[in-house]
Write a protein that binds this ligand. Structure first.
Ligand code: IVH
Length: 680
C-alpha cells in the first residue's frame, strides 16, 4: 500500500467542494452553474481517486449517495422528539375558530405574526446531523417511532450530506453538534406521472397519488431504485436540542437558517401580519397550486413567535400553535349505476364503477376503477350502492368505501365474469395473482389495446392514429396485428368514418415516418409485460438488435444493471411464442428499426492499429476511461494488465504495480502528452 500524499487529499476535498456546490446550484437553487459533462468529469475524477484511496472515502462525499447493496430491512427508531400531526381546518371560519381558541389559552397578544407555508403532499422525514454530517434519516411512522431509511434518504439530492456551517453566525459552533431537520419528501408530479405510466405499461397497479408513490419509494430496500425515482425535499422545521431559541427567535428566521444550512425551503412561504392576510394567502394558492410542479393539499399556518409556541405547547396529537388549512374536500358521495368490465391490452379485466356524476376537486367524475376482483370483494360494492369516491391527488378517481346502511333491498354481490366480455372466451386467474385475464390472443380488446399502445407517444408515436381509428380498423378486420398497419393504404383509411382523403394521406405519412423510430421504442411498442419505456431503453443499450435479444438467455438479460428476473423471464417468454416470432419477421420486412443504429464509438482512423496499451495512474487531464476510449478510437487495443505483448504503458501520477512490472519487462512508457501527440 502506498502512502497517502497530502496533494491527493487536497484534490479530493477540492473536488468534493466543487461537486457539492454544483449539485446545490442544480438541485436546490434550480440554477445550474456548470454543464453536465463537466460535472460528470469531476465526479469521475473523484470516483477514480476514491477507488485508488478507499481510506479517504467519507460518508459526506458526493459519491456516497447511492448504496451498493440493497438493505435487508429497516430498523425501527424512536424519535427524540415526537413528530406531531396537524389539526385540520377546511375553511376560513374554522381558521378563525382556531385563532380564537389559541388566544384563550395564551397570555394577551397584540400584533401576532403568522407564517404561512404550503402543505406539501408527501411524507415527513426527520434528519439528524452530527457535527454537520447527515447520520440518520427516519420516516414519521406513527409519530413516536419511525423506520431508519438513511440509505434511501442519502439519494435525495436536495438533502445535503454535509451542512453548510460556514455562513452561520453563531458564537459557539460546537453547540451545533446535533441538529435535527424535519421536512417533507415528495415526488414531483412529472416523476409521479412517469412512474404511473411505467406501471400501467408493465401491467402493475398505479399509485393513487404522489404521497402513496413517495411512501412506496421510501420503502424500497434497494437505494439504487430509490435514486432513479428522483425524490425531492422541502425543509420546514429546525431543532437544536437544548438551544432551540438561541439560534432563531421565530419560524421565519428558522426557515432562513435552514436555507443557509443548504436546504431547499419552499419559496412560496409568506409572513402574514393578520388573519385576513392568511385568508388571502389560502385563497390565492387554491388556484395557483395547480401550476406547481408538485402536489399541495392545503396550507400550514404557524404562529411565528417561538416563545408563543412554547407557551402554547401541544395537545397529545397536535401543536396548539399551528393548523393545516386544507382545500375543498376531494371526497364525495354518489350512487353506483353500473359495474362494467374493461379488457386492456394485456388481457387484464378491470372492473369499473359507473356512477351518477359528481363534482370533485373541480372536475366531474362518473367512473372509478375498482382494480380487480379482490378489491370488489373487499368493498362488497354492488350496483345501487351509495359510495364515497375520492379523486386522489386530482388524478385517478377511486371508490373509498360503501355506505352499506344506504344499500337498497334486493341487491346482489358483483361477481367477476368467467368469460371475456369482449370475445366470450373463458378467462383465467393464475394462482397468487389478483388479476383476471383473457388469454385469447385474437381477442379484439387485446388487439385494440396493443395497437393503441404501439402508436402511443413513447412507442412508435404515430400521430393521428387515435382510439376511434384503431377501433374501426380492428372492428372491420382490416387490421389484425400491428404489422398490418404498415400495409394500410390512404384509400382504405379514407373509407373510415370521419376521415377525409387529406387526413388519410397524412396518417399514411405518419405511419411511414414511424419506421425511423429507434429500436428501443419498437421494443417498448411490442408491449411485453413489465417492459416499460425506461426498461426498453436499458435493454436495447445492451442488446442492440432484435436477433441478439431473441437469442439471449434469461441470465444474460438479468445481468443488466437494473433488470430483475421477472422482467428477464417475461422477455424470454415473449420471444418463445411462435406468433410473436412471426410478428417480428413481418415487422422486419416492413423496414422498421430492429437494430440500434446509433453509432458505437467508431474508429476515426487507424493510427494506433496493431498496438496494445495499458493505462495506469492519474493522468493530468483525461480520466483513465477517456484515455482508453481515445486509444480505441484510433484502433488501438486496450488491456488491463501488463504482459509481454503490451506495447505501451500510458502512465500518470501515483502509478503502482503496473509501472513496476512494465519497467521489469522493459515496456515503453508514454505520458498523456505523448499519447495525444501520437494521435494528432
Ligand atoms: S409542520 C408540529 N409544515 O403535513 C409541526 N407539516 O398533516 C407539524 N406537511 O405530518 C408539521 N407540509 O408531513 C408542517 N410546511 C409544512 C408541511 C407539513 C406538509 C405534512 C407533514 C405533517 C402533515 C400533517
Amino acid at each position: 500500500m502506498q502512502s497517502t500524499q497530502p496533494e491527493i487529499k487536497q484534490r479530493i476535498e477540492e473536488l468534493r467542494k466543487l461537486l457539492i456546490q454544483a449539485s446545490y446550484a442544480y438541485y436546490v437553487l434550480d440554477a445550474p452553474t456548470i454543464e453536465d459533462a463537466i460535472y460528470d468529469k469531476l465526479y469521475r475524477e473523484l470516483q477514480d481517486l476514491e477507488t485508488q484511496y478507499p481510506e479517504l472515502i467519507t460518508p459526506d462525499s458526493p459519491t456516497q449517495r447511492v448504496g451498493e447493496k440493497p438493505a435487508t430491512g429497516f430498523t425501527s427508531v424512536r424519535h427524540n422528539i415526537p413528530l406531531y400531526s396537524l389539526e385540520n381546518a377546511f375553511d376560513v371560519d374554522e381558521l378563525k375558530n382556531w385563532d380564537e381558541r389559541w388566544r384563550r389559552n395564551a397570555s394577551p397578544q397584540e400584533n401576532v405574526d403568522y407564517v404561512c407555508e404550503l402543505k406539501i403532499d408527501g411524507n415527513a422525514l426527520a434528519l439528524t446531523y452530527e457535527n454537520g454530517i447527515l447520520v440518520r434519516g427516519v420516516t414519521r411512522g406513527d409519530g413516536v417511532s419511525g423506520e431508519d431509511i438513511t440509505q434511501n434518504v442519502r439519494t435525495i439530492r436536495s438533502i445535503p450530506l454535509r451542512l453548510n456551517l460556514d455562513d452561520i453566525e453563531i458564537e459557539n459552533h460546537d453547540s451545533l453538534q446535533q441538529i435535527e431537520v424535519r421536512g417533507e419528501t415528495f415526488l414531483p408530479l412529472d416523476v409521479f406521472e412517469k412512474i404511473n405510466q411505467e406501471r400501467l405499461s408493465s401491467g402493475e397497479s398505479q399509485f393513487a397519488n404522489p404521497r402513496n408513490a413517495t411512501a412506496g419509494t421510501l420503502r424500497q430496500l434497494d437505494s439504487r431504485k430509490v435514486d432513479k425515482r428522483r425524490l425531492d425535499f422541502f425543509a420546514y422545521t429546525l431543532q437544536i436540542p437544548g438551544m432551540d431559541d438561541a439560534f432563531a427567535n421565530n419560524q421565519w428566521e428558522a426557515l432562513e437558517l435552514l436555507r443557509k444550512l443548504g436546504f431547499k425551503v419552499n419559496p412560496n412561504k409568506q409572513l402574514c401580519h393578520s388573519l385576513d392576510e392568511v385568508a388571502q394567502y389560502y385563497q390565492h394558492w387554491d388556484t395557483e397550486r395547480l401550476n406547481l410542479p408538485y402536489m399541495t393539499d392545503g396550507v400550514v399556518v404557524k404562529l411565528n413567535s417561538f416563545p408563543l409556541q412554547q407557551e402554547l405547547g401541544f395537545t397529545n396529537k397536535f401543536p396548539r400553535w399551528a393548523i393545516a388549512l386544507k382545500y375543498a374536500a376531494e371526497e364525495a358521495p354518489t350512487r353506483v349505476e353500473n359495474i362494467s368490465v374493461n379488457v386492456g391490452r394485456t388481457g387484464a379485466l378491470t372492473p369499473l364503477a359507473e356512477m351518477y356524476p359528481v363534482q370533485l376537486a373541480g372536475t366531474t367524475v362518473s367512473r372509478a376503477t375498482l382494480h380487480n376482483g379482490d378489491r370488489i370483494s373487499q368493498l362488497d360494492i354492488r350496483v345501487g350502492d351509495t359510495v364515497i369516491v375520492r379523486k386522489a391527488g386530482e388524478i385517478i378517481p377511486e371508490v373509498v368505501r360503501v355506505l352499506k346502511e344506504l344499500r337498497p333491498e334486493n341487491t346482489t354481490p358483483f361477481e367477476m365474469p368467467t368469460n371475456c366480455p369482449v370475445c366470450g372466451q373463458p378467462v383465467v386467474r393464475e394462482k397468487g395473482e389478483a388479476v383476471t385475464r383473457c388469454v385469447n390472443t385474437n381477442c379484439a380488446a387485446i388487439l385494440k389495446g396493443s395497437i393503441e399502445h404501439w402508436v402511443s407517444r413513447n412507442a412508435l408515436d404515430i400521430r393521428g392514429m387515435g382510439e376511434k381509428v384503431v377501433h374501426q380498423l380492428v372492428d372491420k378486420k382490416v387490421v389484425n396485428s400491428v404489422a398490418d398497419l404498415y400495409e394500410l393504404t390512404a384509400e382504405t383509411l379514407a373509407n373510415l368514418e370521419r376521415m377525409g382523403q387529406k387526413s388519410a394521406e397524412k396518417l399514411i405519412d405518419a405511419i411511414e415516418k414511424s419506421k425511423d423510430q429507434p429500436w428501443s421504442r419498437v421494443l417498448y411498442g411490442l408491449g411485453i409485460r413489465h417492459v416499460g419505456s425506461a426498461i426498453a431503453q436499458t435493454v436495447t443499450e445492451k442488446f442492440d438488435s432484435v436477433e441478439k435479444l431473441a437469442a439471449a438467455k434469461v441470465t444474460d438479460i438479468e445481468a443488466i444493471y437494473g433488470i430483475g428476473v421477472e422482467i428477464a423471464e417475461s422477455i424470454d417468454k415473449w420471444f418463445r411464442i411462435e406468433a410473436n416470432q412471426t410478428l417480428i419477421e413481418r415487422l422486419q420486412n416492413t423496414g422498421l428499426q430492429l437494430v440500434e443504429t446509433q453509432p458505437a464509438p467508431s474508429v476515426i482512423n487507424q493510427k494506433l492499429a496493431g498496438k496494445t496499451f495499458v493505462v495506469t495512474g492519474t493522468l493530468p487531464t483525461l480520466t483513465r476511461d477517456e484515455a482508453k476510449e481515445l486509444i480505441q478510437k484510433f484502433a488501438g487495443k486496450v488491456s488491463n494488465s501488463i504482459s509481454k505483448s503490451t506495447d505501451y504503458l500510458v502512465v500518470g501520477e501515483n502509478a503502482g504495480s503496473k509501472l513496476a512490472k512494465a519497467e521489469k519487462l522493459g515496456i515503453a512508457q508514454l505520458s498523456e502528452q505523448q499519447l495525444l501527440e501520437m494521435v494528432k
